[in-house]
Design a protein around this ligand. Sequence first.
Ligand code: SF4
Length: 390
Amino acid sequence: MLGVYVSVPFCRAKCSFCNFASGVGTGAAMEQYVEQLCAEIDAAAVTAERLGTELPRRVDSVYFGGGTPSLLEPEQLRRVFDALRRRFEIEDSAEITLEAAPGQIGDRVLAEAQRLGVNRVSLGVQSFVDRESASVGRLHTERECVAEIVRLRAAGLAEVGADLIAGLPYQTEASWVHSLEVATGVGLTHLSVYMLEIDEDSRLGQEVLAGGKRFHAHGVPEEEMAAELYEQACEWLPKAGFAQYEISNFAAAEHRSKHNVKYWQRVPYIGFGLDAHSMLPAASGAMRFANPDELARYAGAESEREATPVGLHEAFEETIFLGLRMSEGVPIAGLREAFPRELVASCEEAARGLVAEGLMTDDDGHWRLTLRGRLVSNDVFGRLLEGIAA
Ligand code: SF4
C-alpha cells in the first residue's frame, strides 16, 4: 500500500526557527498552487511511467503537511481530495492527517476535512509557554492551544498530535516540564519532540551562529541544555503513556503515525507539491525523486524531475539508518537475509565498538540506539556505515 504526502507550503506567519520550504502567501498564490497540485496528481501515473516506475493504486495513508494546510479553503481541500480519489483508491481505513496551527483551522475547514476523511490532526504547538511561543513568532497562547485540542477531540477526531521543540529561546527545565505536563494531560494521542536546529536555513539559526540578539537568539539555551531537555522527554513521556517509537516520536502503539512509519520502514510513498519527496518501487528495487523547493520552479517542473535509482548499497544504508531511528531497531538476521553477507559484515566491527561505547545495543539479535546514541545519531550512522566498500 502506498502513502501519499501532499505539501501545502503556506503559513499565516513565518516562524523564526523554520527551515522548511514555506512562507506567507496571498489567496491568489494559494489558488494557483492548488491548481498546480491537482494537475500534478492527475499526471502522476504518466510521470511515474516516464521515470520508469509503476504507481501503486491503493493508498492507506495520506498526509497533508507544509506549511499550514488547514489554511486551505474547504473548496480547495475538496478539489485536492477529488484529484487524489481520481488517481488512487484510498482505503476506508486509511489514516488521513492534516497539519494545522492552533487557532488556524476554521469550523468550515474542520467540518469539510472530516467529511472528506481526515481522521488525524497534527498541531504545531512547539511550546505551551506563552513567552517561548511568542519569541519565535507563533501566533497562539497556551490557553488557545489547549482549547484547540479540546475542540478537535470534541469534534470526534480520534487522533490529535502535537509537536514540541526543545531548545527554544528562554526555555528552562521548569518551563519544559510545564509543556510536557500540559501535553500529556490534555487529550493528545501523539507527540513529536524535536531539538531546535541551529543552521543557516532559518533566521533564528543564522542569528545564533552570528552571535546576535535578533529573533531572541540570545535567549536560546546552550546545545547541551537542549539535549538534556530532549533526554528528559525520552525518560518522562513513556511514564505518562507515550512510548517512544522513534527518535522524535512518542505514542501508544495504536496511535503511532502510520504514514511516518512508512518512511522509516522504506514502504513506497509519493509526494505532491513543493519540496515533496517520493520513493517508488522499480525493477532495481526502488527509486527516489523530489520536487523543486522554490515555488517559482515548482510550476511546470515536470520536465526537471529526475529519478535516482536506489542501488544495493544505498538500500542497505537506508535500511540501517532509517531502521535505527525506530525503537524496534534493525534485526541483524533480517539484514543478512536481505543483503549480501559481506555488506552486513562490513558494519559489524563498528557496531561492536558502538555497543562497547554505550551508543548502541545488540540484544535479541537487534541493533538499537541507546538514549545517548539517539543524541548523536548522525555520528553513529556515519561510523556504522563507513566500513561499507564503495
Ligand atoms: S507554521 Fe510550521 S511551516 Fe509555517 S513557518 Fe511556522 S514552523 Fe514553518
